[in-house]
Design a protein around this ligand. Structure first.
Ligand code: T5A
Length: 209
């Protein structure tokens, strides 16, 4: 088993099962003597959590510009990177992240159709060369995912978007997953046991790398 710390990210649309997957992965790693530092985005520090509240709440008196939304995501990400993710990796700890940069590329790049060059400039400024060792992308039909999310309670500002927004977001997720290394596509429409089998297979690759 490797002693190198790894940065593992779980991605996907609302209701894809990210929280459920994170709980499983955490336990799977702990059984192998690894206690990961768990993060979520946007959020994970007091300031970044405040930005999360701002970005998720409905603003009845003004429209949130897509560029503003993107900048808030990267502001929260910078704060989390500086205060949690980089220090953890530098200290030799594993990091298990509920969403990261791929979310901005998919939601703001795909869903909101923001300029890719603008996003890439922000990525470079905020992330530099940092990339996850493994991204587990939980792929789900947005209609199925949103129905799961709806059953859990009230939908937030982004969750209230039209289905077409989530279809564009999914397309961008898939486009990135098919064209870049280190991304495992997990069929999240399957029953939990099958999803966990897929997660194990992908994790075992980094555990033995
Ligand atoms: N955002 C975020 C951006 O636009 N840009 C960015 O850069 C970033 C970082 C964040 C919001 O911000 C946006 C995206 C989001 O809109 P969030 O709370 O982090 O919000 O993300 P959500 O996707 O809203 O989280 P959810 O809790 O809705 O989804 P999960 O975590 O994917 O799903 P989970 O595990 O809670 O499961 C949902 C339900 O499905 C069941 C679970 O038991 C649960 O009831 N379930 C299954 N049912 C059947 N079969 C399975 N295989 C199942 N797996 C789970």
């Amino acid at each position: 088993m490797t002693s190198q710390p790894k940065f593992i990210v779980v991605e996907g649309l609302e209701g894809a099962g990210k929280s459920t997957a994170i709980a499983f992965i955490k336990q799977y790693l702990q059984q192998r003597g690894i206690t990961p530092v768990c993060t979520r985005e946007p959020g994970g520090t007091p300031l970044a959590e405040a930005l999360r509240d701002l970005v998720k709440q409905l603003h009845s008196t003004e429209q949130v510009a897509a560029e503003t939304e993107l900048l808030l995501m990267y502001a929260a990400r910078m704060q989390l990177l500086q205060n949690v993710i980089r220090p953890a990796l530098d200290a030799g700890k594993w990091v298990l992240a509920d969403r990261h940069d791929m979310s901005s590329r998919a939601y703001q790049g795909g869903g909101r159709q923001l300029n890719e060059q603008f996003i890439n400039q922000l990525r470079q400024a905020v992330l530099g060369e940092l990339r996850p060792d493994l991204t587990l992308y939980l792929d789900i039909d947005p209609a199925v995912g949103l129905e799961r999310a709806r059953q859990r309670g009230e939908l937030d500002r982004i969750e209230q978007e039209q289905l077409a927004f989530f279809q564009r977001t999914r397309q961008k997720y898939l486009q990135i997953a098919h064209s870049e290394p280190g991304i495992a596509i997990i069929d999240a429409s399957q029953a939990l046991a099958q999803v966990q089998q897929q997660l194990k297979a992908a994790l075992d690759q980094v555990l033995t790398a």
